[in-house]
Ligand binder design. Sequence first.
Ligand code: NAD
Length: 251
Amino acid sequence: MNLFDLTGKKSVVTGGSRGLGRGIAEGLHEAGAEVVIIGSSDEVFTTAEEMNKTGSKVYAVKGDLGDRGQITDIFNQAIGILGTVDILVNNAGIQSLHKSEEFPLDVWDKVLQINLTTTFQLCQLAGKIMLERGSGKIINVASMNCFVTAQKIIAYVASKSAVGQITKALANEWGGRGVNINAIAPGYFDTTLTSFIHQDSEREKLIESRIPMERWGTPNDLKGAAIFLASDASAYVNGIVLPVDGGYLSR
Ligand SMILES: NC(=O)c1ccc[n+]([C@@H]2O[C@H](COP(=O)([O-])OP(=O)(O)OC[C@H]3O[C@@H](n4cnc5c(N)ncnc54)[C@H](O)[C@@H]3O)[C@@H](O)[C@H]2O)c1
């Protein structure tokens, strides 16, 4: 028996068109799962086409997960394609930099909506299906900012630490009903989201000096954690926030 096999599993990965979400979607796909990737641009179609060259089916749904009015419809489109959902990965997220004393509240709302409220709503929507069936796996993508903070990203810090806590709260409520909900807390990964750091050499140096493995992560580095938390290998793992950070938190 292969505890990590996902053959026949139906999965949904938000923000799966690029960056960490693509790495996670590729991991689930390589382990045998069918995948719907959700993204806000046409990139989602290109990514699905590229991934579809091998293995199980990959489908694309385009929609704005920052628009509360669209979320049920976007989720229902994914369910319409797959028939059900066994694995939900809430990965889509955004970042915005402002000094705390000047942080615009409309930007605060936008970051909180996508990173936290949409994540919760999708947990609710998938959770109803999973609870009724008595099985399911939800993986929320949190951040190092569940554990430590950084400057000028207060909305991001608030949203991601809350994602860590709602993950635990949902595991607390749903753990006895067959649903595992865990989070991954990535360290520093080179993606569009973190490209601003390379423009600030002081911040970049400080970060690099804190990574014991002496390199940034790549989307491939998340595959193992995602497959583990999506599979039977993690049957008795519930409510954790798993750092995948090259040792960042240990320094
Ligand atoms: N890169 C890092 O170092 C790092 C570290 C910790 C956590 N994270 C988290 O990982 C997740 C992915 O980030 P990334 O670094 O790959 O960033 P990215 O910008 O490369 O990718 C973000 C993804 O989210 C999707 N997305 C954003 N807004 C959306 C919207 N309104 N509707 C639908 N889709 C939307 C994009 O289409 C894209 O696929 C985020 O939640 C981020 O907070 C990243």
